[in-house]
Ligand binder design. Sequence first.
Ligand code: PLP
Length: 437
Amino acid sequence: MIERHGRSLALDAIRAGLDRLRASAAPFDAGTFFAECADLLEQDRRPGLQPVINLTGTVLHTNLGRAWAAPEAMEAVMAVMGQPSNLEFDLATGRRGERDSHVEKLLCRITGAEAATLVNNNAAAVLLTLTALAARREVVMSRGELVEIGGAFRIPDIMIRANCKLREVGTTNRTHGRDYEEAIGRSTAALMRVHPSNYQIEGFTSTVDTKTLAAIAHAHEVPMLEDLGSGSLIDLAPYGLPHEPTPQEALADGADVVTFSGDKLLGGPQAGLIVGRKALIDRIRKCPLKRALRLDKMTIAALEATLRLYLDPDRLRQRLPALRLLSRPRDEIRACALRLQPALAAALGARATVEVVDCSSQIGSGSLPVDRLPSAALSIRMAGRGGGSLDRLASRLRALPRPVVGRIHDNALLLDLRCLEADAEAVLVAQLPQLAG
Ligand SMILES: *Cc1c(COP(=O)(O)O)cnc(C)c1O
């Protein structure tokens, strides 16, 4: 044990083992005792943050780390994390450089923006943009867009933090151009649109689109800000997915500053991307808060590599996991389910029935909340009554060396296989025998 883990950890495990032995009535047996201590040590070595197999059916699952990286992004991170890099150093002049510069040109090329800057996530991007452009002044927004994103990100609260005054106009279901126009006054800093990421208002509704709102803003010489949330960088329709507004479209329609996430539909690392007019981006970049929200070099490396994949749209689906998984056809997922069904049924034995069923996955992260993706799952039902045994099975799946997370629905444990690609499938098959017994 000392050879494998070091003296200090071995000692801790033996002490913990002795405490446990004293608390129990069991007699001392050297073999059992040291086996238990070795077990404790192995458990102690298991990292807190670890890979899991996401069979929840939510692809960009915020609690499971949202988008996962393309191999190109992982290589780029590896290259800069263990040695010095030109993070803030201009190799041409030998002088101090800008950390955003590595990504700015790419982002401008892809979105058509004049300038771009980056922060830690999109919540930070919105906070920073409002602080830099609208502190102590008013921001006009529709009552239909006062969004709460998960984890206590609420637009009205962010306005307070940014020290600006929210001027609500219109109603929950209907807001018109004239509502914004009537609200514009001397203290107006900007008009803003926020993508209602995680809900949809249906029925008797009316919203003002980006083009119209930008025209109103510009007629009154104030900027128009748009928080897109997901902000896909490509039209998703050719991949069989519902269209999501892109930053390119928002900018072309006249938005002056557009913010969006790096790890939602874009498929990159956690980051907040801010693109738009150079004069405004310069003001955002100079705001003191920017320094507190800046990106780490690993994120910049991953983001740059991910954005480079977008320069070759023909191979994007093949290379970008988020897009590949979101557009995975049901037939392929069902084939995977049919392959796994006998092995899972054998591992669970007579206590459970395992069926291949059709189901729907969701995109997740508040993207396209209403749309569902046709998928397939293994549906496990336990013999006997009560949900207890199903909960126990779910917890045993989570206790596997590579934890497996499914979802319980209608008295069945559903393992939606959309996100199970070949590597993870092999891992899952290899650990199935541990479920037996
Ligand atoms: C997701 C989202 C955010 C927050 O983005 P994070 O990258 O999670 O910080 C902000 N606004 C909208 C509209 C969103 O959908």
